[in-house]
Design a binder for this molecule. Sequence first.
Ligand code: NDP
Length: 481
Amino acid sequence: MLKIQNYINGELVPPTGNQYLDNYDPARGKVYSYIPDSDEKDVETAVAAAKEAFPAWSVTPKDIRSKYLLKIASLIEENLEKLAKAESIDNGKPLHLAKTVDIPRAAANFHFYGTGILHYSAHSHSMEDTAVNYTLRHPVGVAGCISPWNLPLYLFSWKIAPALAAGCTVVAKPSEVTPMTAFLLSEICIQAGLPKGVLNIVHGLGHKVGSAITSNKDIPVISFTGGTKTGAEIARVAAPMFKKLSLELGGKNPNIIFADCDYEKMLATTMHSSFANQGQICLCGSRIFIERPLYEKFKTDFVERTKKLSIGDPFGEKTKIGAVVSKSHMEKILSYVELAKEEGGTVLCGGKKVDVGGEFSEGYYLEPTIIEGLAYNCRTNQEEIFGPVVTIMPFDTEEEVLMYANSTIYGLASTVWTENLTRAHRVAADIHSGIVWVNCWLLRDLRTPFGGVKSSGVGREGGFEAIEFFTEPKNVCIKLK
Ligand code: NDP
């Protein structure tokens, strides 16, 4: 069975302690490879390599840095099929989703920052004939990048690409639950000839490898995507060390549907925004609020379409719902369905584990689930479930739905469906979230700032903000006379 290796100082190496963890294929519920169970020593070796590589990489001309990133982007594109299959097996997601979203977007991240750095310019401020100020931006140093399991290569590259473009060297940790595409990325970096030590990938558990990255005194900047609780722990450790922090955390995203929406478009998109990747996208809408005149019609159609979603082999051409990522995650999701019932909710469809049979009978499959009849402020409607479970609820007024939408500790993303232009702008302005999609979902322009508010995160990724995050500004003021 394949033993994944760490990528340190330009080489694929085993973990120092030579210990490995099981890597599960969630579609079959079976171990299919091994992951390094790395520890602090591996992180220290990786940090030493990144530190040594930093002086040269940070002054490598941007056009050369750009060429490396563009080479990596094109190798990801060339290996699309292989990477998509690896991600689908590692994560349980339908292959077509990995092929059309995750992997192309990972290539796009390297492409975007590989070209973006060429157009990035610092500012200058003239004080008429008295002085001129200009801002130098130096790469911060060794960046720590920690990412989750739901969009493994896409989110991993979303951090690594701007850090490398900015001139930082990197020590990165993918989620231990889905390490395979990060491993394949190491091979791609070797093939691209990326100088040794510029990117280092250390596999292993969050409480060993992740916390060793967070607490390492030679890592002054950390970009993290994951759960809110983990983000709080990282902030607790990093804040007294005055590290730069970007935290992209959990969500409980509202979908607000007004009766005047374009119904067919709304319904088709709501199917995706609810159940894409088994609801395991931080941007999925999990609380759906429908204006009362449309409620019954929406409920009937939404339930009917959801019941028809085919569940099973992630490689199946017709499969819409693959496996959830792990047994423990499946159990967590099911416990929320039980909680919803205790809280007075009615399960309109789904709510159970599915045995899809054959070689997949041990896999972690769940029926897509719709629940109604819950109060907006119950735990089911306030806590992140991160699975194929949504609640639906009617509303009468704009004020009421905004109160529901804004009632959670989270503020990551939201969608608004209406053909009324002024209302769209008004509601978008009043929703407490970092992203509002009007009449669409998951449409991304990489130039725009990305991130959540409240407990969904601090800092903004995306666009030139991400390059700036990995640099430190220094103002130089020159007196002219
Ligand atoms: P976790 O917070 O459990 O893990 C995220 C990463 O942090 C993993 O690599 C994990 O390692 C690591 N980690 C765990 N503990 C520590 C620690 N003490 N110090 C440093 N690193 C640690 O999140 P999940 O992987 O379960 O991902 C799901 C979460 O991510 C959801 O809440 C989702 O909303 C959020 N998310 C947010 C996004 C956003 O853009 N805002 C995008 C995508 C997901 P290990 O895997 O070994 O535990």
